[in-house]
Design a protein around this ligand. Structure first.
Ligand SMILES: C[S@@+](CC[C@H](N)C(=O)[O-])C[C@H]1O[C@@H](n2cnc3c(N)ncnc32)[C@H](O)[C@@H]1O
Length: 427
């Protein structure tokens, strides 16, 4: 019987990619975060109920399954690494696609459950569960440059929240063969201006208490502006009617995950400069941020989109409200800059600056990504937008952009359960 041990490639034959040579501050990965925070994070993922939340996101699970099983050519006879295997779902898909060997690397105690699940389903001879962080795997255990395909679901709200993509890139730089494949191969961070008077007034209205001039005889109003700034600094996670977008298309910042692609520095110091031409006269109340993950399989391109025009996923969209709405006219150009800096709490300090060039008007807000406000189903999208073409329009638009692509299957769309909505920002 053929040995399943990975072939050992002589170390000197494997070029160390330039991007792997990071200055100290850009080492990135799990160990550049606060220990206490990381321990809470892995505790969260060690619970079956929190893995279930992700598994039950039908769009997410079906799209990953389709990306892997529609590209068997990329997996047959190959050595695969599943970065952050969780319950082992993606490892099992890779084995079903014909992988010769899968390393399912999971840092949390979920690793024990993954092993049990994998063995109970008859994949124990192909999938080896490694209970470790990716960062701590020694090259004696898995030699450098020996993995043909890396699969992972490291995606967070605003794409990069949780900072797990850094771990995905560390795995690439250490273990992928020079011609190996990454699943997903890239992701686009998308941004779009929207109007939503109800949302804006609702959030500001929650601060009315601090405008009270006679609370037990005390004038509280000196605190009002501070209270409003604090409230608006909370990014909102929900989904909304895409008709509220003031442009048809978002601007995109592309992260290429493949060999020679994005670096740890690019994942920690994010400078997203964008410019929109407004298509609907109105007020900009804020900017919506979401992502697409793209699987460039050799047989089929598959796209996982979290756009407001597509059926919702457990990531929903993240909306950043401005301090004051900005009045804009159709045809007007609006410049923006989203600056994100990684911090030690597995997330980012974010600032959004928006300029109306000719009018010399600009506004700036800082946001606290440790403190999302989850609104879930409170602001539901107009379902008719899906039925009457909102979602389908988006699909055909993407099909042009990514030839051969397919999407999370809208016919199998089911509303995420209330539990499924709690994911990602709880720990
Ligand atoms: C978003 S979940 C995805 C789980 C599974 N792959 C799936 O698709 O259902 C991310 C998983 O990666 C694990 N993880 C995060 N950072 C890791 C690291 N540095 N090394 C190993 N595992 C990690 C977490 O514990 C969690 O189980």
């Amino acid at each position: 019987m053929e040995s399943l041990a990975p072939q050992v490639v002589a170390q000197e034959d494997i070029p160390v990619p330039e991007e792997a040579k990071q200055p100290e501050q850009y080492q990135g990965g799990i160990h550049t975060n606060n220990e206490g925070h990381v321990s809470k994070y892995f505790h969260y993922y060690s619970k079956l109920q929190n893995q279930q939340n992700m598994l039950m996101d039908t769009i997410r699970t079906n799209t990953y399954r389709e990306a892997i099983l529609s590209n068997k050519q990329d997996f047959e006879g190959k050595i695969v690494m599943d970065v952050g295997a969780g319950s082992g779902l993606l490892s099992i898909f890779a084995a079903q696609a014909g992988a010769r060997k899968v390393y399912a690397v999971e840092a949390s105690n979920m690793a024990m459950n993954a092993k049990k699940l994998i063995e109970a389903n008859g994949y124990g001879s192909i999938i080896e569960v490694i209970h470790s962080t990716i960062e701590d795997i020694s090259e004696d255990r898995i030699p450098r440059g020996t993995i043909d395909v890396i699969v992972s679901e490291p995606l967070g709200s605003c794409l990069v929240h949780e900072r797990m993509i850094e771990t995905y890139i560390i795995a690439r730089d250490r273990f992928l063969t020079p011609t190996g494949r990454m699943y997903p191969s890239s992701a686009h961070l998308c941004i779009q201006p929207f109007y939503d008077e109800y949302l804006y007034n609702d959030q500001v209205g929650k601060c009315a208490f601090w405008n009270n001039k006679n609370f037990h005889g005390i004038d509280m109003s000196v605190m009002y502006e501070k209270a409003v700034m604090e409230k608006l600094a909370q990014p909102i996670i929900d989904t909304y009617d895409p008709k509220k977008n003031l442009t048809k298309n978002p601007e995109r910042l592309v992260f290429d995950f493949e060999q020679g692609g994005c670096t740890l520095q690019e994942l920690q110091d994010i400078d997203f400069f964008f410019r929109h031409r407004i298509e609907t006269t109105g007020l900009i109340h804020g900017y919506s941020v979401y992502f697409d993950a793209i699987f460039k399989g050799s047989q089929k391109y598959v796209v996982l989109t979290t756009s407001p025009q597509a059926p919702p996923t457990h990531w929903w969209q993240t909306r950043f409200l401005l301090r004051e709405p900005l009045a804009v006219n159709r045809g007007q150009l609006v410049n923006g800059y989203l600056k994100m800096r990684a911090n030690k709490e597995q997330t980012f300090d974010a600032t959004l600056k928006v300029d109306l060039p000719i009018l010399n008007i600009s506004t700036e807000m800082s946001y606290d990504l440790k403190d999302f406000e989850f609104r879930g189903l409170q602001s539901q999208p107009d379902q008719s937008a899906y039925n009457q073409g909102g979602g389908y329009q988006q699909q055909s638009q993407y099909s042009q952009q990514y030839p051969q692509s397919t999407y999370g299957n809208s016919s199998s769309y089911s509303e995420p359960t209330p539990e499924a909505q709690q994911i990602s920002w709880q720990f």
